[in-house]
Design a protein around this ligand. Structure first.
Ligand SMILES: [Ca+2]
Ligand SMILES: [Ca+2]
Ligand SMILES: [Ca+2]
Length: 273
């Protein structure tokens, strides 16, 4: 009986991971107003709140990163450390990229031009800073218990993309703890200088261990300098995600399961005798 219960629990868990769904939130348009109601609906689905507390926290239920509080010394032309939002401002995310690092754009009055030097292509959703990987369109987002190295997962992630002009150029992908792809969605086209919101919320208990953002095809090399002037250039603004939850230690679960199985086998043998 115990064996059967355990097996059923394992099967249910597997089914929910493999076949669960996500609710998508998406919109695109020429200005912030075009995507604000969709962003607000995403916020509501992940716990609500409109005014951030310390470290971008909304009541302990979700977080946001709008890049705007990053100090000048960590902004264009300087790199932003990949772990800035788990160390300097602990929000439970660390970035990686096949490229050469990360940059947030300058505020007006800094030595570097604003908007990464592309005022005719880019605009902000939240003023004034934007975010991008350098020399790659790919940013991977890894989740942690904020301020620690304890691996964590989230149940929802969304972001604002800037200047998506061609279909299938930009997307988000979610991976579970086994690095299996559990969600993928292309961003809506917003046109030159436009804004796209794209996010998804787990509705069947799925846990997101990593988010891969593909922002366009082009790459920013430095302020005003693209990898290929002819390719689709896309950068990012606000990130929104559900509060991270620590990953259960697998050895503990495995030991518990093995212990239960051993116990039930002993009982079965005893009953048979
Ligand atoms: Ca453009
Ligand atoms: Ca911003
Ligand atoms: Ca573009």
């Amino acid at each position: 009986m115990l064996c059967k219960t355990l097996l059923t629990a394992v099967l249910l868990f597997s089914v929910s991971v493999a076949h669960g769904g996500f609710v998508t939130f998406e919109a695109a348009g020429a200005n912030p107003a075009a995507i604000t109601s969709t962003r607000d609906a995403f916020r509501t689905a992940v716990g609500g709140g409109t005014v951030a507390g310390a470290n971008g926290s909304f009541g302990g239920l979700r977080r946001e990163i709008n890049w705007d509080g990053v100090p000048d010394i960590r902004a264009d032309p300087n790199l932003m450390p990949a772990n800035f939002f788990n160390v300097n401002s602990p929000r439970g995310v660390v970035f990686s990229t096949p490229g050469t690092g990360f940059m947030v754009s300058a505020n007006s009055g800094q030595a570097s031009p604003v908007l990464f030097g592309f005022p005719s292509d880019l605009q902000t959703f939240s003023t004034q800073r934007l975010f991008t990987a350098l020399n790659s369109p790919i940013t991977d987002v890894h989740f942690f218990v904020p301020g620690t190295t304890i691996a964590a997962t989230t149940s929802a992630f969304g972001l604002v993309l800037v200047d998506v002009e061609t279909a299938f150029s930009s997307k988000i992908e979610f991976f579970d703890q086994n690095d299996l792809l559990i969600y993928s969605r292309d961003a809506m086209v917003a046109g030159n200088q436009g804004l796209s919101f794209l996010g998804a919320v787990a509705n069947a208990g799925e846990r997101i261990s990593r988010v891969r953002i593909t922002a366009g095809i082009n790459t920013l090399v430095a302020n005003g300098d693209l990898g290929n002037p002819n390719d689709e250039f896309v950068v990012m603004d606000d990130f929104l995600y559900a509060e991270t939850v620590p990953v259960p230690e697998l050895p503990t679960i495995a030991l518990l399961a093995l212990g239960l199985l051993g116990f039930s086998r002993r009982r079965l043998r005893q009953e048979a005798v």
